[in-house]
Design a binder for this molecule. Sequence first.
Ligand SMILES: Nc1ncnc2c1ncn2[C@@H]1O[C@H](COP(=O)(O)OP(=O)(O)OP(=O)(O)O)[C@@H](O)[C@H]1O
Ligand SMILES: [Mg+2]
Length: 438
Amino acid sequence: MRISLGFQPNPRQLEFFKARARHICYGGARGGGKSWAMRTKFILLALKYPGLRLLLLRRTLGELRQNHVLPLISSIGNIARYNSTNMEFNFPNGSMIKLGYCEAEKDINRYQGHEYDVIGMEEATHFTEEQMRFFTTCLRNIRTDFNPRMYYTCNPGGVGHAWVKRLFIDRQYMNKERAENYAFIPARVFDNYVLMSRNPDYVEALENLPEDMRRAHLYGDWDVYAGQFFPEFRRMIHVVEPFVIPGHWNVYRGIDYGLDMLACYWAAFDESGNGYIFREHCAPNVVVSDAARKIVDLSNELAICTYAPADLWGRSRDSGVAQAETFAQNGLPLTRVRNSRADSWMNLKEWIKPLGSGPKLKIFSTCRELIRCLPLLQHDEKNPCDCATQPHDITHAPDAVRYLLDGRPYLARVIQPHDEFDPPEYDDQVDAFLNYGH
Ligand SMILES: Nc1ncnc2c1ncn2[C@@H]1O[C@H](COP(=O)(O)OP(=O)(O)OP(=O)(O)O)[C@@H](O)[C@H]1O
Ligand SMILES: [Mg+2]
């Protein structure tokens, strides 16, 4: 039996249909046609591979019903039998699309022991990283004619913003994650000609959103979302390609140290008031002596000093030795900065504020951890002048940079061009003395 898809996929949807990576994400602007593409791809796969098991997830049951159960019944109700108790569509060829949701953290228990060839996470940024990791364990790897896959659709923002951005936008991989397993297709509302022709006011509604929401929902900008502490941060203006730092610029370092993570940044300051963060070193589980030596080893240039937070001067209850002392004993004397958190963040905000000539602080593209973390910081719920300390792992890099700037680094001295007509200060006076009276 032939079924009708209704309409043709747009070029981005087609890319999504053709992608073959293990993890495929179609994300970005609202209304691009992501949910339609996910549903349609599921139907195509179920029909092509007999006996395929597919799981389509949304965070809540209500969203699932509205967004998928009803549209699926209307498009394939005549070819697949819907079992409303189990929320399953059973195809004559033995394939099955199960619809699932995961409202509370414990809801994942309902999927314990389940195995699927394909799992789709709709609005993936509404899921936590733990939930995503759990579902990847439900992917089965036993068919010879099909490699199991995860599909994700999403908009920027939400509890899952950070993990989606890390895997698909920043493309930073840990442990056994491999870059070639992750494919990203950017969604744009302008690609969805069906929506644009049926509902031309939709784009206007997105255009009228406040700046940060407009950037996220209309342009699918992953560096911005509601609640963000640094909405002014933009890769296009803050990130620069590396260049050789001129020898007369002043170089400083800033560190944040904890056994969970050492973060160290090097910055150079020119004579016009600009700072350039040009090197980073972030590493977990490094003891103080090794951290100090590593930072010294990595420094090719003379740094004026290394700014660090006051808590490194707290004495250990056991040994009575402060971590700052151990740093100094291992070749890295530290300079203490004291600033309230709010003042310190405000200072950093001043540095990254976009001006007509660009922001004062720029970051080399090689400082990837800082570029990843800065846009992820969120406002503290109780104190709007402070930023949230959770998720903790994204705070180390920005903390180290704000300590560096709390130290109020000096700018480079203006080099005076040598003036040939400037009379020498001493020689002519000696001459005048010798010639005196002649
Ligand atoms: N290729 C297509 N053919 C027919 N209709 C389509 C197509 N693509 C999208 N649509 C329709 O356009 C509308 C918006 O699409 P959809 O809901 O999939 O967008 P979305 O990206 O998931 O939006 P949101 O960001 O709000 O979740 C829906 O009515 C959908 O059915
Ligand atoms: Mg959708």
